[in-house]
Every structure is written in structure tokens, then in C-alpha cells.
Design a protein around this ligand. Structure first.
Ligand SMILES: Cc1cc2nc3c(=O)[nH]c(=O)nc-3n(C[C@H](O)[C@H](O)[C@H](O)COP(=O)(O)O)c2cc1C
Ligand code: SF4
Length: 396
């Protein structure tokens, strides 16, 4: 007999924790930490989302090592950061929501200039996005990164998080190892899919060993890098199967695209070229002006734009899955439930209206006001916001 279709607005188990509903605020780097520590503004950001009705909000992106940051001020798992992180988790819990920490190492997407350290990658390659060469990660580097994930998991438990989300997407370090286009190593981390997936599986194992069943462990996994010769669905299906067999994660959030090679593939919708050029220092500004249209290709947006790919993973594993990508209203959430996904994750629609879930609860026909212009992407280093929402400072 088929399982009944779950109510997306009713409580649900995610591994060892219970969420008040099946809606997750997806990670959107907030740009609100300072000196790698939590600020009141970061707490307010997540309290707004918690008060707005989501089951769980996600703090993005907490780097497992200083050289894994995309922005120097990003949160690091230090003793000094713990009190602020505890204050944040308590404030979110007070609003009835759970809170996850997205953990990861940005690898080739990290900022070598900001971090004062080369970005790690599977090999030494020049990347136009960071205008620098990556350093080929040694075995010792990889062991350090794996340990860093375990440490982050332990710290997340101490800080009161309900879950950690391991970043295995967007060509960040683990995802760059998965990619046959980026990873040309000849050792046990390159070549076959089993080798390219080793780092992701080791990381998930380290996190699970560190947290046990005290909090939930999820992973945000690419299904398709969106570049010719990159990691694609056939391999993603197998990696999802391995993660299921390993028993290291409680759910997978399914994503796509490459912050390194094809960022707009993550989002679909317009590429805000003018706004990107405006925030870039030279020579990247000139690069965006000259080659932006080629590098930042636009893709037509449609609701549930990752559903077709995600169905392939759904058919391959029993593991709970979180559907992401163009979830903006109750109808899309219901479709996700009908298609066998256990949770949905939402990013831009909740940046536009943090109280959207509350309003959907009151009026199920509520439509999102997000127009997928993607201009919020250009705000991430100054305090992530929807450009259509007036900030308190603008209201004065
Ligand atoms: C402003 C902004 C910042 C983002 N930052 C992150 C991040 O730190 N980590 C991550 O995995 N994804 C990040 N994303 C991607 C989202 O989590 C999500 O995968 C994507 O926006 C698609 O979901 P949506 O259609 O609900 O917006 C970001 C998206 C936006 C719009
Ligand atoms: S800036 Fe606002 S309207 Fe535009 S994509 Fe971001 S959240 Fe949506």
C-alpha cells in the first residue's frame, strides 16, 4: 500500500529531530557576520524567518577552515564564536523553529585574497572567478578538511543547532572533487566516480561520527553542475545511493549549478550583470562588463525547476529528500509531497517575504512576490536582502 501524502504544514521527523513543518529556509549567505562571529543583525535575520513560519532556518555558510571561506568575515567554528551561535539558536528556538548550520569548505570558490591563503582544489588551475590559481590539495589538506567537518559538527551540537547541512554542491571543495571536469587527479581521490566521491563520503562519515544521533545531518548535493563534462545526474544518482548505503545522512537537499563555472544555473532567471559589475573590484569588474553575458548566462525560470532531475534521485533511493528550486507557493509544496519528497527548501521567495509561510497557512492561495531578478545575489557581501524590500534604515 502507498504511504499517505504528507501535509507539508504538519510536523515531521528529520532524523532525530522533529520540525514543526516540512519547510526549510535554504541557505542564503547572509553577509552579516563580523570577524567570523555572529552579530545581532545575523540573529535578527534568522528570527525573522523563524517568526515567519518555516520549520527550520539554515545559517549559511559556516566554513570548516579559514581557507574555506568565500568571504573573510564568514563564521568559523572557534570557541570565540560559540556564545554568539548559542544566542542565535536560542533566539530561533524561541520562535518555534529549528535551525541548521550549513558547513563546508569552499575549495576553488574560496577567496584567496580575503583569506590570505590559496584556494584549495583538486589540482592547480586558474579560475577566472577568483582570478587566481588553486592549490592542488594534498592528502594532508584533505585530512584536515575532513577533520574540520567533524569538528564543526561537534561545535554545532554544542551551539544548540538541530541539524548540520554539509555542502556537497556548487563546485565548492567536495563538489569540485566530484566533477570530472575539474578533478583530474591520478590518486585515490580522482579518476573513477568511487574515487571522486571519496572526499564527500569521508566528510559525511566524519560529521556523522561526530554528532551521532544528537542532531540531524543533511547534505546539499549537486545533481548537475550545468557545465559540459561536469558532474551530472547519472553520477549524482550513484553518489546518492552510496550516501544512503553509508547511513551517514538523514536527508539530501538536491541542488545544481556551479558558483565557479556557471552560477546562474543554480537559480534560473535573469543575470543581474550591471549590479554584479558594480560590486566587483577591478579587474573583475572589467571582466564582468566584457564577458559577463557569456559567463553569467541567463536560464528561463519556472517553478520547481529542479523537479525533473530530482525525480531521478527520488526513484533511486529511499532516503528522505528535500526538493529545492523554485518552490514559491502551496501548490508547488503539495506537488513536492505528491512526488514523494519529504521536505521542501526555499531561498529567494523567503528573502522576498520572510513571513510567506505564515501567510500561506492563513491563505493557501498566497502567491510569492519574488520576481527572480536575482539582484539579491549582488547584496551578499553587504547584508543579503531582497532589493524590493525596504530596509529599516530606508524607512527612517
Ligand atoms: C542571495 C543568495 C545567497 C545564497 N547563498 C547560498 C549559500 O550560502 N549556500 C548555498 O548552498 N546556497 C546558497 N544560495 C542558493 C540557495 O540556497 C538555493 O539553492 C537557490 O537560491 C535556489 O532556491 P530558490 O529557487 O528557492 O531560490 C543562495 C541563494 C541566494 C539567492
Ligand atoms: S532580489 Fe528579491 S525579487 Fe529579486 S530574486 Fe531576490 S528575493 Fe526575488
Amino acid at each position: 500500500m502507498k504511504d499517505p501524502i504528507p501535509d507539508v504544514l504538519a510536523p515531521a521527523r528529520l532524523g532525530p529531530v522533529t520540525l514543526r513543518n516540512r519547510i526549510v529556509k535554504a541557505a542564503t549567505y547572509e553577509g552579516l557576520s563580523k570577524n567570523s562571529l555572529v552579530t545581532d543583525e545575523l540573529i535578527d535575520f534568522h528570527v525573522r524567518h523563524a517568526a515567519g513560519g518555516v520549520g527550520m532556518t539554515t545559517v549559511a555558510y559556516c566554513a570548516v577552515a579559514p581557507d574555506g571561506r568565500t568571504d573573510r568575515k564568514q563564521i568559523l567554528w572557534t570557541d570565540e564564536a560559540l556564545p554568539g551561535l548559542r544566542k542565535l539558536t536560542e533566539a530561533v528556538h524561541a520562535e518555534g523553529a529549528a535551525v541548521a548550520a550549513q558547513i563546508g569548505h569552499a575549495g576553488p570558490v574560496a577567496s584567496p585574497k580575503g583569506n590570505g591563503a590559496p584556494a584549495l582544489g583538486p589540482g592547480r588551475h586558474f579560475h577566472a572567478t577568483t582570478t587566481s590559481f588553486t592549490k592542488a590539495a594534498t592528502r594532508a589538506d584533505l585530512a584536515r578538511v575532513v577533520r574540520g567537518h567533524g569538528y564543526a559538527g561537534r561545535m554545532a551540537v554544542e551551539a544548540g543547532f538541530d541539524a548540520v547541512e554539509i555542502h556537497l554542491g556548487h563546485n565548492y571543495l567536495a563538489s569540485s572533487f566530484l566533477s570530472p571536469k575539474i578533478n583530474h587527479r591520478g590518486d585515490e581521490y580522482g579518476g573513477s566516480l568511487a574515487n571522486r566521491a571519496r572526499l564527500s563520503r569521508d566528510i559525511a562519515r566524519a560529521v556523522r561520527d561526530a554528532v551521532g544521533d544528537r542532531i540531524a545531518v543533511t547534505a546539499k548535493l549537486n545533481m548537475d553542475d550545468g557545465v559540459p563534462g561536469g558532474f551530472w545526474l547519472d553520477e549524482a544518482v550513484q553518489v546518492a545511493r552510496w550516501l544512503e548505503e553509508d547511513g551517514t545522512v538523514d536527508a539530501l537537499e538536491l541542488t545544481a549549478g556551479s558558483s565557479l563555472l556557471n552560477p546562474m544555473y543554480l537559480f534560473k532567471g535573469d543575470a543581474p550583470l550591471r549590479e554584479f559589475a558594480a560590486i566587483m573590484p577591478q579587474p573583475m569588474k572589467l571582466g564582468v562588463q566584457l564577458f559577463g553575458r557569456w559567463k553569467l548566462r541567463s536560464y528561463p525560470y519556472k517553478d520547481l525547476y529542479l523537479l525533473e532531475d530530482a525525480r531521478q534521485i527520488r526513484a533511486a533511493v529511499k532516503l528522505p529528500l528535500i526538493l529545492l528550486g523554485g518552490v514559491t507557493d502551496k501548490a508547488a509544496m503539495d506537488t513536492a509531497m505528491e512526488e514523494g519528497f519529504q521536505f521542501v527548501a526555499m531561498a529567494r521567495a523567503l528573502l522576498r517575504e520572510p513571513d510567506l509561510i505564515k501567510r500561506i497557512k492563513d491563505k493557501p492561495g498566497t502567491r510569492s512576490l519574488c520576481i527572480h531578478c536575482n539582484k539579491c545575489m549582488t547584496e551578499i557581501y553587504a547584508g543579503t536582502r531582497c532589493v524590493l524590500v525596504q530596509q529599516p534604515s530606508q524607512l527612517a
